[in-house]
Design a protein around this ligand. Sequence first.
Ligand code: ATP
Ligand code: MG
Length: 397
Amino acid sequence: MNKCGRLIQKLINPFRFKKDDKKEADLENIAAQEQKIFRFETLVSATKDFHPNQKLGEGGFGPVYKGRLEDGREIAVKKLSQSSNQGMREFRNEAKLLARVQHRNVVNLLGYCAHGAEKLLVYEYVANESLDKLLFKSGRRDALDWKRRYDIIAGVARGLLYLHEDAHCVIIHRDIKASNILLDDKWVPKIADFGMARLFPEDETHVNTRVAGTNGYMAPEYILNGHLSVKADVFSFGVVILELISGQKNSTFNSLDAQNLLEWVWKMYKKGKSLDVMDPTLASSVVREQVEMCVQLGLLCTQADSQLRPIMRRVVVMLSKKPGTLEEPTRPGYLGSRYRRTRKPTASSSTAGTYSDSSSHTSSSTTSTISATVTGSTLPLPSPKISDPRGKHPMPG
Ligand SMILES: Nc1ncnc2c1ncn2[C@@H]1O[C@H](COP(=O)(O)OP(=O)(O)OP(=O)(O)O)[C@@H](O)[C@H]1O
Ligand SMILES: [Mg+2]
């Protein structure tokens, strides 16, 4: 920068800092007024000192505890693991912003707590907990009749539409899956863990392009190229639709006919046997046209070519229409045997369908978070086409 440039910069900087400070002070005021800040002692007492009996589960970001505030409100407290490299100031700012996200189909973030090195998020407690527990783990799958499942699909669609288009900032969830859909006492679905991409930003200057999400739900272009857009959420939502209809978990799906749930549903759909993918426990409550329409919708959302996947606004419209008016889906996208976690990116790796036709691969049955790494040593590195500049996942370990 020349002398003149430096002088201009010097003159501008004080104003710039003032603006940032003002923004932060505004957020601080909003948080204080709305009582979004929790004292650590309050959370210790609410969760019985984070007693193991209070633990609801633990995912990639740290353990979650059930608690009760003095006023009787039930809460879920997420203790974020230390692996986040985000500073306290950024954490506070992001948490304050996220606490303003409010929608019937999104879990309410009541507030946050920053205590020493500890970062905690405080959510409303959602009575029926997560969809995965009910659908895959509890043997209580029959509690979810077709009407409930259809309402869950429609509710999650509205919640995602809100996050993508109507919240005060665009929020790409990046980890839509059955365990991040909670059900309240009236079975209203609520999307959990929105905004984790903002709370766990990746170092964008790092030579590695690292992508993480949950096996079985991630869009192929996101795994292979780190290309994150709202269409990656649409893909994950499509997987959830097909899991709800079939009662089968994509990542542990086992069949001689197909390497995963998506391929199996696709094959059945092409044979005109959409209804055969249905969970047998739905037999007595089924509305056939709706199931067929949702199979088609699930396939539209999981298409290999992200451009062809509908945006959430369109999904919500489709769900409100009479069945039978949807377009034809093309092949779903999933990773075949040629997929390698560390691979040299090629131009073709992002093209639709190149990673979807494999015959010998058996899909992994792990449900853990997986990662695809493009290392500096395998350059040329593609410039990560990330629509949300902060939309990267924390890397476990
Ligand atoms: N607000 C909440 N109300 C009720 N139960 C909750 C709430 N938040 C989380 N849980 C429960 O805690 C469990 C653990 O949640 P957590 O988000 O840590 O893990 P996960 O969803 O399996 O993985 P990930 O970290 O990728 O989101 C969930 O499966 C859910 O059953
Ligand atoms: Mg979760």
